[in-house]
Design a protein around this ligand. Structure first.
Ligand code: ZN
Length: 192
């Protein structure tokens, strides 16, 4: 079974003075994704649908425009985005490995002060399911979610088969929506 760590969320700043995470975001999808931009936007819709299915509100407005919300190497600081916006960019698995020294499929740099983030996704990820799962996971980080050790998109490893907490295909669960609500100081759905 192949196991790859998807990513760690980077808090690039002192985590004080932060503003509350929102329920609506502008999402700048890098046109360099080419044919895969549609898959990225579909993953945003999956998040909206999962939230709605569990009684939560989330609006992600995709804008097919290049913007770097902050400094790509150190996380957002003086970028091109406003509060409650994030960007998604293509990168390569080799570039991710060079930064992290491990097998990452994607990486997110989030600025808690401004509720903005830069997301990077490996465009040479081997399968469509893996690609979609990775986008959904990293978007979770952009939405202020952390890793969990349960059946959720925020479980930090991708697997080729569904075992234990490891979801092998894209699937945002009730537990993800519960965390989404929790970090926004709402109780959210009860999940069985
Ligand atoms: Zn992660």
């Amino acid at each position: 079974m192949k196991k790859l760590i998807i990513a760690a969320a980077m808090c690039a700043c002192a985590c004080e003075g932060k503003i509350a995470a929102a329920d609506a975001y502008n999402v700048y999808v890098d046109p360099a994704f080419g044919d895969k931009a549609g898959d990225v936007i579909a993953a945003l819709t999956m998040w909206e649908n999962a939230a709605a299915a569990n009684g939560e509100t989330l609006k992600l407005t995709p804008i097919l425009t290049y913007k770097m919300c902050g400094n790509a190497s150190n996380g957002p600081a003086t970028g091109e985005c406003s509060e409650h916006e994030f960007s998604i960019h293509p990168t390569t698995l080799a570039a991710l490995a060079a930064v992290a020294g491990e097998k990452l499929l994607g990486r997110t740099y989030r600025d808690t002060r401004l509720d903005m983030a830069d997301v990077f996704i490996g465009v040479d990820i081997s399968t469509p399911a893996e690609f979609t799962t990775t986008v959904e996971h990293e978007v979770g980080h952009a939405l202020a979610l952390q890793h969990v050790n349960e059946t959720a998109i925020m479980y930090p490893e991708w697997c080729s088969t569904t075992t234990a907490y490891c979801i092998g295909a894209h699937d945002i669960t009730c537990l993800d929506v519960q965390q989404y609500a929790s970090v926004r100081d709402r109780i959210g759905p009860s999940c069985n």
